[in-house]
Ligand binder design. Structure first.
Ligand code: PLP
Length: 478
């Protein structure tokens, strides 16, 4: 009697529940199973090669199988794979904490490790509420977020980054949050005066037109000021993804916006939480997006690129003032009672240290002296390639901050007005699916095509990636 050995695809369909995946549809075709990576490519079981066009979900920095990071992890593995930070410490965690505080915006002098972006922001919320509680202001326990935000899928992160599509069944688990309107030039917010997207001059993306961006930004900031004037006495913190909201569909903030958010927080005595889970580690042109505007948040959430995209690791950086609130008189009651088993895992921290060191070196084959200047040149290459989409009647906007790029699809009418596609048609998803057949892995956000190459990706590959995206859009039968 022969026994049937299930294939790896069968096993996937039978047992593996994938995140953010419509499982019924998933099981209708064979899964693409990635077996290995090399530099900026992924390889499936049949040896097919794909460009990693979204940095393995926005986290890969220097590529896959990077000799320096591999060696650091292997070296650490020879010592110990895991030991706890509860009551003990370890050299990789100590060194990474010190280095993160050394390169983060000024004033952030304490690092608290966890495992994912969601936990990094969850920790920030608890630190902010705890800070006010221990400072004798327990009534300051509410949060203000930016409309459209995404901060992850734990309860607090869902609350501040609530999305009806993602989180509706779990709404009863969330706490009440107020949001100030998004400075999204393409989608006029209620009550916003000023120019409308279709008035943008011909040949310009709405997000490039300064008056439009400023009108949207001013409206958003006015609302934030109004909310703070009314409620600052009960608000612990304002939380924001600086410079660009990723999962919202790559929504940019106008220049100076973040600085003004910081000023409003200072003026009204509320903390500023910067969620740089997506924007951190070189994605927007500087190491952190806050650096771009000289902003010093009270709390900074980091994850994704922190380990070079190698291992699950996150950190919440805090000012001394925030940490001090947890350790003055009555220490035992003020302790920050929060932690995770793998907090500060030594292998992940070793990868993080090796990744940070690589930022100072030229990427392989690059004429630039370090990763950030290489990445800034990559951003220009992408912008040049995507210029071909100007005037395309099915591209409503191209938004870019450094290596974070969103191409919003829809229909532009002859009078210049624009309308989104019927979402159920999943146009961007279909384009991404076709690109996969052409050897490119990208993943859309609704009808926004996303490009997010790794900061160290070679320039010829960056150009190939962007060029393939342009060709796919130009050739699509909408
Ligand atoms: C800005 C931001 N914050 C938090 C998260 C959640 O990160 P994680 O998926 O690691 O929990 C994400 C994920 O995309 C994100 O973009």
């Amino acid at each position: 009697m022969t026994t049937h050995t299930p294939s790896i695809a069968d096993l996937d369909h039978t047992h593996l529940w994938h995140p953010f995946t419509a499982m019924k549809e998933w099981r209708q075709e064979a899964p693409l199973v990635i077996e290995r990576g090399e530099k900026f490519f992924l390889f499936d079981a049949d040896g097919n090669r794909f460009i990693d066009g979204v940095s393995s979900l926005w986290c890969n920095v220097h590529g896959h199988n990077v000799p320096e990071i591999d060696a650091a992890v292997i070296d650490q593995l020879g010592k110990i794979a895991h030991t706890t930070l509860l009551g003990l410490s370890s050299p990789p965690a100590i060194r990474l904490a010190a280095q993160l505080c050394g390169c983060a915006p000024k004033g952030l002098n304490k690092a608290f490790f966890s495992d994912s972006g969601a936990t990094a922001v969850e920790v920030a919320f608890k630190m902010a509420a705890g800070f006010w509680f221990h400072s004798g202001r327990p009534e300051k326990n509410r949060f203000i977020g930016l409309a459209g935000a995404y901060h992850g899928d734990t309860a607090g992160a869902m609350s501040v980054g609530y999305s009806d599509l993602f989180h509706r069944p779990f709404k009863p688990m969330t706490f009440v949050v107020d949001w100030f309107p998004s400075p999204d030039a393409l989608r006029p917010a209620e009550g916003r005066a000023g120019p409308r997207p279709h008035e943008a001059p011909r040949g310009m993306w709405p997000s490039e037109w300064e008056p439009l961006a400023q009108a949207a930004g001013d409206h958003s900031l006015c609302e934030l000021r109004r909310m703070l004037e009314q409620d600052a006495g009960s608000v612990a913190a304002v939380c924001i993804e600086p410079a660009m909201q990723g999962a919202a569909g790559m929504v940019c903030q106008p220049k100076g916006f973040l600085k003004r958010v910081e000023q409003l927080c200072r003026a009204h005595d509320v903390l500023l939480i910067a969620d740089e889970v997506a924007t951190g580690f070189g994605r927007t042109g500087s190491l952190f997006a806050c650096d771009g505007e000289g902003v010093q948040p009270d709390l900074l959430a980091l994850a994704k690129g922190i380990s070079g995209g190698y291992l699950p690791l996150a950190a919440t950086l805090a000012t001394d003032a925030v940490e001090q609130a947890f350790c003055s008189a009555g220490e035992e009651r003020r302790t920050f009672f929060h932690g995770h088993t793998y907090t500060g895992n030594p292998l992940a921290c070793a990868a993080g240290l090796a990744s940070l060191a690589l930022f100072q070196k030229p990427p392989a084959g690059s004429a630039f002296p370090d990763v950030l200047s290489h990445a800034r040149a990559s951003a220009q290459i992408i912008a040049r390639e995507l210029d071909a989409l100007r005037g395309n009647p099915h591209v409503l906007d191209v938004r870019q901050r450094g290596l974070m790029v969103g191409i919003e699809l829809g229909r532009r009418h002859a009078d210049g007005s624009a309308a989104p596609f019927d979402f159920s048609k999943r146009t961007a998803h279909a384009i991404c699916r076709q690109l996969r057949d052409e050897g490119v892995i990208v993943r859309p956000l609704g009808d926004v095509l996303v490009l997010m190459p790794a900061p160290a990706m070679p320039h010829d590959l960056v150009a190939e990636l962007a060029g393939k995206m342009v060709k796919a859009v130009e050739g699509w039968r909408f």
